[in-house]
Design a protein around this ligand. Structure first.
Ligand SMILES: NC(=O)c1ccc[n+]([C@@H]2O[C@H](COP(=O)([O-])OP(=O)(O)OC[C@H]3O[C@@H](n4cnc5c(N)ncnc54)[C@H](OP(=O)(O)O)[C@@H]3O)[C@@H](O)[C@H]2O)c1
Length: 159
């Protein structure tokens, strides 16, 4: 059955961005991220979409925006719940890929998290929300040179 997951790369202090961009450049993490979301429908906030639009050819995506943002051939929904419903209607797994505003709005409802913990410490100004590890089972944990990747499954799935 299809699931709804967040996908994020963050430091151990939960930094996800600094001044509007990723503070690191880790091609291995980027490749892993792309392979995770490859066969699903992605949901993202307007700012993340505008940042990534050029590197987003052909993949089905739903953008969350309540300010009237529109783009041809793009699903835009006014809140996170409607965006996830729209993404789920396509039948594939759904990946919420950021940014900070959207993570905060969805962490309470997703049933999986794909988290890359960047080993080096970076300063930043946007953070992934805190979560209670006791509510999650670790389904997979892999160590890479510059990050550790952990897949969490919610103990009691909401979808
Ligand atoms: N480390 C990572 O894995 C990762 C992943 C993705 C992004 N990022 C970083 O995150 C940053 C962007 O994050 P951000 O928080 O500034 O922006 P964002 O979440 O990408 O986009 C924020 C905008 O999306 C819309 N939105 C988001 N949640 C909404 C909700 N629940 N209801 C209605 N509208 C909602 C609003 O658009 P309107 O203003 O149009 O209403 C809001 O202004 C970038 O710097 C990017 O590099 C990091």
């Amino acid at each position: 059955m299809a699931f709804v997951a967040v996908v994020v790369a963050m430091t151990r202090k939960r930094v996800i961005a600094s001044r509007g961009r990723l503070p690191w450049h880790i091609p291995q993490e980027t490749r892993l991220y792309r392979s995770i979301v490859a066969n699903g429908t992605v949901v993202m906030g307007r700012r993340t979409y505008l940042q990534m639009a050029k590197s987003w050819p052909g993949r089905r995506c739903v953008v969350v925006s309540s300010s009237g943002f529109k783009s041809p051939a793009l699903d835009v929904c006014p809140d996170a719940e409607q965006a996830i419903d729209k993404a789920r209607s396509y039948g594939d797994d759904v990946f919420v890929i950021g940014g900070a505003t959207l993570y905060a709005a969805t962490i309470g409802v997703v049933d999986r998290m794909y988290i890359s913990y960047i080993k080096k410490d970076y300063d930043g100004d946007l953070f992934f929300p805190q979560f209670d590890e006791r509510e999650w089972d670790v389904m997979d944990r892999r160590d890479y040179a510059e990050f550790e990747h952990v897949v969490y499954v919610r103990r009691r799935s909401k979808y």
